[in-house]
Design a protein around this ligand. Structure first.
Ligand SMILES: *[C@@H]1O[C@H](CO)[C@@H](O)[C@H](O)[C@H]1NC(C)=O
Ligand SMILES: *[C@@H]1O[C@H](CO)[C@@H](O)[C@H](O)[C@H]1NC(C)=O
Length: 360
């Protein structure tokens, strides 16, 4: 019925699915309807451990979720190598697709997903949560005010965390046959997305990986860095480092000609209820260069819901529009995913080519 919450089916019981179950429960216009795993026992165990309501249908296959006519939308946290096949299958069954990031192994694969979504008229969105935090919108007010902030000159971003030993032994990201992108796909995705966000989604003209790539014995990328350039004369640059080998760190610095913006927790805010950033407008050195004329201003942005619930709410509201009011899917979200994937592909190509400069 029109106005009914969007009924989600989750395909796969990855750790991140726990976070999305909670987000779906918190979002006012979404409800968890079904969960599919490789076996019913696995789905039952996930439901019990996470206290899912008894109304959630538990299926022993992924396909059964897609065959459930009541499922409006699916959330797909499957390994990267399985995402495309299931996302395409979901779209063909008319299910809206919320896909974990990295959205695909490469842009060609993502294009197959987006074509299937386009052909079925379903909404696509990738699972980048920080874009939905009100802090991100607040920062964009500053960054996009080029008259005041000035020309974008340099962006730096870091996305690292040090998982426990078990991760290095068992995690999918350690197995190039299940996930060809490793830390670049899992964490570099955020850094690249932040650059594109700050640059108004203008693609860089060229990218180059830096020669600090670390791989495990199977060849999975454990850590890497890259530089991106915009403009014919490379007037704007961005650098990032992503790693499973360094302490948790999520820095973002956006430096323009007349101001700068800094934060330390851009992908997962340190606290759930509010998040902050520092904005420094037009600082000069004081006499003798023993200080700055302007102190960074700490901007605190509260949020009524955690960012992942805001993501689900935004996605669900688009799905409601399509389902109940005949609206078209919002093209902004697949476009953002595609640009992120294109740049990620270029960084991967640079890494594989020995840090060559790759033009986009
Ligand atoms: C630089 O920023 C300051 C403070 O926001 C503003 O007053 C000034 O007009 C800006 N200057 C330029 C050239 O944009
Ligand atoms: C769904 O989410 C949108 C915001 O994204 C909100 O405006 C709308 O009221 C929500 N619908 C319900 C039923 O809560």
């Amino acid at each position: 019925m029109a106005g009914d919450p969007v009924r989600f089916g989750i395909i796969g019981c990855a750790g991140i699915a726990r976070k999305l179950c909670r987000a779906i429960a918190l979002a006012p216009n979404a409800t968890l309807h079904a969960l599919g795993s490789r076996s019913v026992a696995e789905a039952q165990s996930f439901a019990a451990v996470n206290g899912l309501p008894g109304s959630v249908r538990l299926y022993g296959s992924y396909g059964a979720v897609l065959d459930d006519p009541l499922v409006d939308a699916v959330y797909l946290p499957l390994p990267t190598s399985l995402r495309a096949a299931w996302a395409v299958a979901a779209a063909r069954k008319g299910k809206h697709v919320l896909l974990e990031k990295p959205a695909a192994a490469d842009a060609a694969e993502l294009d197959r997903i987006l074509e299937a979504c386009g052909a079925s008229g379903v909404q696509f969105m990738d699972g980048t949560m920080w874009l939905h935090h009100p802090r991100t919108a607040k920062m964009m007010e500053i960054v996009s005010d080029r008259g005041r902030f000035g020309e974008l000159k340099w962006i730096n971003s870091v996305s690292t965390f040090a998982p426990d030993q078990e991760f290095f032994e068992d995690n999918i990201r350690m197995k190039p046959d299940l996930d060809s992108l490793g830390a670049l796909g899992d964490l570099g995705w955020y850094c690249i997305g932040a650059f594109l966000w700050a640059a108004g989604y203008e693609l860089p003209s060229a990218v180059s990986a830096l020669p600090d790539v670390t791989r495990n014995s199977a060849g999975a990328i454990l850590s890497c860095s890259a530089v991106l350039y915009w403009g014919s004369a490379h007037e704007t640059a961005a650098t990032f480092h992503c790693s499973f080998l360094a302490h948790v760190s999520m820095d973002l610095a956006v430096v323009a000609s007349n101001g700068s913006l800094h934060l330390k927790d851009f992908t997962i805010p340190i606290e759930e209820g509010s998040a902050s950033f520092e904005f420094t407008p037009s600082a000069k050195f004081v006499d003798l260069h023993i200080g700055w004329s302007v102190k960074p201003e700490k901007v605190l942005v509260p949020t009524e819901l955690p960012q992942e619930a805001l993501m689900v709410r935004e996605f669900a509201s688009l799905v409601q529009g399509i389902r109940d009011s005949g609206c078209s899917p919002e093209s902004k979200w697949p476009e953002i995913s595609r640009k992120t994937q294109l740049v990620l592909d270029a960084v991967k190509k640079s890494i594989d080519g020995g840090c060559i400069l790759v033009h986009l």
